[in-house]
Design a protein around this ligand. Structure first.
Ligand SMILES: Nc1ncnc2c1ncn2[C@@H]1O[C@H](COP(=O)(O)OP(=O)(O)OP(=O)(O)O)[C@@H](O)[C@H]1O
Ligand SMILES: [Mg+2]
Length: 232
């Protein structure tokens, strides 16, 4: 069970980006996807979440075929997505950013659930501020909070540490590990930060030119090994 991606091909118009990608994220697993710029990492997450569904191949989640589902259907099924660059809505408040994410989920109320501020106490006093005025670190916290509010069982994260200073990267690291443990949530993490990947995930996959070219236990991901595929 969990997420099973089998031989997917994804296109933007006529550009063929993903070539037969196969990858599993078993229930409870923490898996990373690495690779140079432009190899198709974000496209893989967009294929899973239904922003750009694959043309061929299949995606199963907990045994159900979700290949052609729309994003809101994935969210209802328990898959949430944190896009690269965070994509906070800058002109509405932090509270409203969180409420937007609650659309379409069960038992929705007008109140932000208390557990959100247990994970992100720093966000509580910012609720009335516009999303766009937050610091990069706070915006990443908001981006994670927005996904967490949907109570996912699988979280797709696209380069959550990009552009953040080391102390904030540490905080994000702790949060991801807590979410995994305390919220019983599997993680599929796209990252270029090797130390972060080694710290957080148990299994890695390396992409090149729209294909998975290496895969294995995180212990195998030495600098030397990764250096063949990434600029370490
Ligand atoms: N909306 C789009 N329309 C057309 N081509 C796109 C689009 N988005 C991405 N591409 C192309 O698809 C390929 C893969 O892009 P993708 O964003 O998946 O790479 P990535 O591995 O996430 O890169 P990065 O590390 O820079 O985030 C690139 O050649 C890119 O130019
Ligand atoms: Mg990307």
């Amino acid at each position: 069970m969990g997420l099973e991606i089998q031989g997917i091909d994804t296109f933007y118009g006529t550009s063929h980006i993903l070539h037969g990608v196969t990858l599993n994220v078993p229930d409870g697993a923490m898996v990373s996807v690495l690779g140079r710029n432009g190899v198709g990492k974000s496209t893989l997450l967009k294929s899973i979440i239904g922003i750009n569904p694959p043309k061929n191949g299949s995606i199963q989640f907990n045994g159900a075929d979700v290949t052609k589902e729309k994003t809101h259907q994935h969210v209802r099924a328990g898959i949430s997505y944190i896009p690269q660059g965070r994509e906070i809505i800058p002109d509405i408040s932090v509270y409203e950013n969180l409420m937007v994410a609650m659309r379409g989920i069960k038992n929705r109320s007008k109140k932000i659930p208390a557990f959100i501020f247990e994970y992100f106490p720093a966000l509580e006093p910012t609720q009335k501020r516009k999303g766009g005025v937050l610091s990069g670190g706070q915006q990443q916290q908001l981006a994670i909070a927005r996904a967490l509010i949907q109570e996912p069982s699988l979280l797709l994260m696209d380069e959550p540490t990009e552009g953040l200073q080391p102390s904030v990267v540490e905080e994000i690291n702790t949060i991801i590990q807590r979410i995994h443990k305390e919220r019983n949530c599997s993680i599929l993490l796209v990252e270029q930060n090797l130390d972060f990947v080694r710290d957080v995930t148990e299994h890695f996959a390396i992409m090149d030119s729209g294909q998975i070219v290496e895969e294995g236990d995180i212990q195998l991901l030495t600098d030397e090994f990764a250096g063949q595929y990434l600029s370490v």
